[in-house]
Design a protein around this ligand. Structure first.
Ligand SMILES: [Fe+2]
Length: 198
């Protein structure tokens, strides 16, 4: 017999060129922004800070925006899309200990994702869930150790300096920040974005 995998759900991972340099540059900017602007309320629960969504218009974040576009162009090529990607929204998140992001999708976008600026130990991973209703209605009994492609929920370890991009219709969320670190050492800092097709 042979097998074909149909209707796949791609999740892409890529490190920025110089993670240390990028994050040493981004953290103070985002921290200062969070101190002068009130959080908006989206999927953030438990007091996490969510910036406004025009981050891609701010020149100081261009080093990260450039990296996001490089990866997005690679995805357009891999996924057979043309002509080109555009950013529809981009924002920063600070999940303080005790906060998380409830499960959601990003409407009216092609690709969404996250970049990790600061990830203390036990500060929560991204999780993605099988978007198909059928396989969730009938969950067969299975042996241990089935391939990840057959799981119904996958936790993606958060890695500083890494970008993750996936289809905007894929249900996802962020686990609870359970860091025991005090002050900003316990902050989980990330940047999220929505890519559209222009
Ligand atoms: Fe999201």
């Amino acid at each position: 017999m042979h097998r074909e995998i149909l209707f796949p759900t791609p999740v892409y991972f890529k490190m920025v060129k110089d993670p240390q340099k990028m994050n040493d540059y981004l953290f103070p900017l985002i921290k200062a922004w969070s101190e002068k602007e009130e959080s908006i309320q989206k999927t953030n629960v438990g007091g996490g800070w969510h910036s406004s969504t025009e981050m891609y218009h701010k020149k100081e974040y261009k080093p990260l925006t450039d990296e996001l576009f490089i990866m997005q162009h690679e995805i357009f090529k891999d996924y057979g899309m043309e002509p080109k990607p555009g950013l529809g929204a981009m924002w920063a998140n600070i999940n303080y200990p005790g906060s998380y992001n409830k499960q959601h999708i990003h409407s009216n976008s092609q690709w969404t994702g996250v970049y990790y600026v600061k990830v203390p130990k036990n500060s929560g991973n991204l999780f993605v869930e099988d978007p198909r209703v059928g396989p969730l209605y009938i969950l067969p009994r299975r042996v241990q150790g089935i391939p990840k492609a057959l799981w119904s929920l996958v936790s993606c370890p958060a890695v500083e300096g890494q970008m993750i991009m996936f289809p905007a219709w894929l249900p996802h969320g962020v686990e609870l920040n359970e860091s025991k670190e005090k002050g900003e050492k316990g902050w989980r800092v990330s940047v999220s974005f929505n890519f559209i097709q222009v």
